[in-house]
Design a protein around this ligand. Structure first.
Ligand code: IMP
Length: 423
């Protein structure tokens, strides 16, 4: 049975949550394998909107198994809040499992995220403030505290003592902040352990068993490939990989066990936080897209920067993700514009520039080359088949499909479950 991975190919916020919600009925398990509470996946059911930061977007389906696998960093308070919201809305919901290997976001990670960001001044990254950079730094430097540690109070105490000693020095001596009290953090962790206990398991084994039992697995990527710290717009990136290849590391399913990769892109470009954005539209049409698309961050509420679709940027991350198919979201937001531009290449200092630059300074000088397509006036939110769309909207989809060289299988024309066109 297939394991399908769905990832974003932009700078996040591609509408992955609602596509997961749409695809979930065809799968038995929905699995988060990367990111943490910096993600914000919106799912609209009837008139109710759910914003999941940590829970997999399949949580609202009672017959599903949802998994937060080892690649995710966990903020226990966020998980608790989201679970309460789901339980309050629906008596029956998916069964949830959490990996014993998930690293925990601790109070100093969040504080450090904020003070480090402040210290960057005009070079700030525009992080979500969820402690992502600091928790992954501890993970990679082998100091992190994992869910499984919560059930070994002696080791936990020792690890936390060492870690907190270092972090308190950093907080007080470098950043002039107050130190954190060891016992407050430690006791809260023991409490968190009791809350997590019923959900915790070795999710690698759980997923391998499900795979061998012929269950169908949907892997829900967080963030977008252009925020990847290897191949994205470094350093304006996140600290965990949003790439399809992260599935093996973040869940324990092997590369050969994934047989379908779906890339999600928005019909225009958005970015939240700082960093290069070659096709950005600062006012006018940028504001039009922000208003019509409700482009405000799910996690932070910040207005998202908006711009024209950027083929070379998306193509650059299509290569290493090798999607079998693409989903285009929010096509309806483009209605009402006289003409639409699509960036088809870049020039740098008068010469064609292939790929994406590595240096921020080159990004600053990059000039997008645009192709102009006719827009459409009609409201397309009721379209359910390709032929319901105006000719110009079909032309826009076909243009993207040709330029990106990957078939488009699904187009969304609104936030509700049924506002979808299968192609
Ligand atoms: P961090 O992941 O909070 O460290 O933020 C690093 C960068 O990634 C910032 O520019 C954030 O705005 C961006 N980012 C992180 N998560 C998301 C997301 O889920 N959607 C969009 N942007 C994100």
């Amino acid at each position: 049975m297939p394991a399908t991975v769905l990832i974003g190919l932009g700078w996040g916020d591609e509408g992955k949550g609602r596509i997961i919600d749409y695809l979930a009925p065809q799968h038995d398990l929905v699995v988060r394998f990367n990111g943490g509470p910096n993600a914000g996946h919106t799912v609209k059911v009837n008139d109710r909107v759910f914003k999941f930061h940590l829970l997999p977007s399949g949580m609202l389906y009672p017959d599903k198994v949802c998994v937060i696998a080892n690649g995710v960093v966990l903020d226990v308070d966020t998980m608790r809040r989201e679970l309460e919201e789901v339980r309050g809305a629906q008596e029956r919901h998916a069964q949830l499992f959490v990996s014993d290997r998930c690293h925990l976001i601790l109070p100093f990670h969040k504080i450090l995220d904020l003070v480090e960001e402040k210290a960057r001044g005009k070079r700030r990254l525009g992080t979500t403030g969820q402690g992502i950079g600091p928790v992954f730094a501890d993970k990679i430097s082998r100091k992190g505290i994992r869910v499984g540690d919560l059930f070994h109070p002696g080791t936990l105490k020792e690890k936390l003592e060492n870690l907190l000693q270092e972090k308190n020095k950093l907080l007080t001596l470098v950043f002039g902040e107050n130190p954190l009290d060891f016992y407050e953090v430690y006791e809260k962790l023991l409490e968190d352990g009791e809350f997590l206990r019923p959900f915790v398991t070795d999710t690698l084994l759980l997923l391998q068993k499900a795979y061998r039992d012929g269950k169908s697995i949907l892997l829900e990527g967080a963030q977008g490939a252009l925020l990847d710290h290897e191949l994205g717009t470094y350093p304006f990136v996140t600290s965990t990989s949003p790439m399809a290849g992260m599935v093996s590391l973040g869940s324990g399913l092997g590369p050969h066990q994934v047989d379908r990769i779906i890339g999600v892109v928005k019909a225009y470009a958005t970015r939240v936080g700082t960093g290069p954005f070659p096709t950005e539209l600062v006012e006018g049409i940028g504001q039009y897209l922000r208003d019509r698309g409700g482009e405000y961050g799910t996690t932070t509420g910040r207005p998202r920067r908006c711009g024209w679709f950027d083929v070379p940027a998306i193509k650059y991350v299509i290569y290493p993700n090798s999607p079998d198919e693409l989903v285009i979201t929010k096509l309806d937001v483009l209605s009402g514009l006289e003409e639409l531009k699509i960036c088809v290449g870049y020039h740098l200092e008068g010469k064609e520039f292939p790929g994406l630059p590595a240096a921020f300074e080159e990004f600053e000088k990059l000039e997008p080359v645009y192709e102009t397509l006719p827009g459409w006036k009609e409201d397309i939110s009721r379209a359910r088949r390709l032929r319901d769309l105006p000719r110009e909207a079909i032309g826009y989809i076909k243009f993207l499909e040709q330029a990106l060289e990957v078939p488009i299988s699904l187009v969304s024309v609104g936030p509700s479950r049924e506002q979808m066109i299968e192609i």
